[in-house]
Design a protein around this ligand. Structure first.
Ligand code: AMP
Ligand code: MG
Length: 334
């Protein structure tokens, strides 16, 4: 399974070459937050390694599996005093839950566990079990009072849909504060670029082809964040049906929205990460209605029937791949 995730990361990789003049170009790779992380920047390697330590520190606060993490304590004790970063992460998640009418819901965790997505010991629960577990969900029931969070008995949260994006924003801020003029933060395909590319050209970020091994196309952008949620990332097959890790909070089952992937492009990685998951749950029609009402992101959707839908604000920055799966591309207007 992990290999699968590494492959996904590789497909989204962006390159940073030659920072120019006396400036060093460095790259640092590590495994954190359950994915392959690559940091690149116009700086020495030590600066990137320090940023990597920061990612590990955040993982130790937010992991559902690391004993003593803020989220672990909240999930196991029902109430916990959180660090500032965790309280802010949860507050941000809840703001997007509200904005997306609950399509993003960090309290679907008991269902994720039941489906086996947390252990890779997958199984399809029966309807009764799903109904029972759905009683233990609902983002409105997660209470945050300052840094104190609490949950009713039987409930648990998981910040997996937002944490990588949130971490990328924090790391970008740190690298800038450390004097790094340009760089790329790639957390398993969650990509954030900052600064100007040293040769003056655009950052090129590829969008993975969910039906093949290559890319569906490439975005050429200035400073930005690009995050994809895909049905191929964590999935299993049973009796010829594929089940994936993005849960529809309304049904307790993998979102059956006719989509294979949703890529969100915005200034902040946290917004991209939260929305890519939520828009995947919503499906094509609701998601584009949501986009029409919003002004802070653009998106690319790949549907199960091989259509590639591009919001008009990003259409001229996207070049479809000539190789691989043949998609029918459509620009969606406001
Ligand atoms: P992403 O890859 O960013 O789309 O996030 C998927 C991860 O978020 C899953 O592995 C779960 O940990 C969690 N998750 C799944 N469905 C939801 C949902 N509807 N709302 C919030 N988190 C979710
Ligand atoms: Mg996400």
């Amino acid at each position: 399974m992990k290999l699968h995730r590494l492959a996904a990361a590789a497909a989204a990789a962006v390159m940073l070459t030659g920072c120019g003049g006396e400036q060093q170009t460095s790259q640092y790779t590590m495994f954190a937050m359950d994915t392959c992380v690559t940091l690149s920047g116009c700086c020495d390697r030590q600066t990137l390694e320090n940023a990597g330590k920061e990612i590990t520190r955040l993982e130790k606060l937010w992991s559902v599996n690391i004993k003593g993490s803020d989220i672990y304590r909240l999930d196991h004790e029902g109430s916990a005093k959180l660090s500032d970063e965790t309280a802010e992460l949860l507050r941000y998640s809840l703001s997007i839950s509200e904005r997306t009418d609950g399509a993003l819901d960090p309290t679907v965790f008991p269902l994720l566990k039941e489906w086996g997505f947390t252990t890779d010991e997958h199984h399809v629960p029966d309807s009764e079990r799903i109904s029972e577990l759905l009683k233990n969900t609902g983002w409105q029931r997660l209470k945050l009072d300052g840094n104190r969070a609490s949950l009713p008995e039987g409930m648990a949260v998981d910040t997996g849909a937002v944490a990588k994006g949130y971490a990328a924003d924090i790391i970008a801020e740190k690298l800038r504060a450390d004097g790094v003029s340009a760089g790329i933060i790639d957390l398993g395909g969650n990509v954030l670029t900052f600064g100007e590319k040293p040769d003056g050209s655009s950052w090129k970020i590829s969008v993975r082809d969910p039906f093949g091994k290559g890319t569906a196309g490439t975005l050429s952008l200035g400073e930005c964040s690009v995050v994809t949620s895909g049905s191929y990332e964590r999935c299993f097959e049973q009796d010829g049906i594929r089940y994936h890790h993005i849960i529809d909070p309304a049904t307790g089952r993998p979102a059956d929205s006719g989509l294979e992937s949703v890529t969100v492009i915005a200034d902040e990685s946290r917004l991209c990460d939260a929305l890519s998951t939520a828009l995947f749950v919503m499906g094509e029609d609701k998601a584009f209605d949501f986009w029409r009402e919003s002004r802070d992101f653009e998106m690319i959707m790949i549907t199960s029937d091989k259509r590639l839908l591009i919001s008009e604000g990003i259409a001229d920055k996207f070049e479809q791949s000539r190789k691989g799966t043949s998609y029918t591309a459509e620009v969606i207007s406001r």
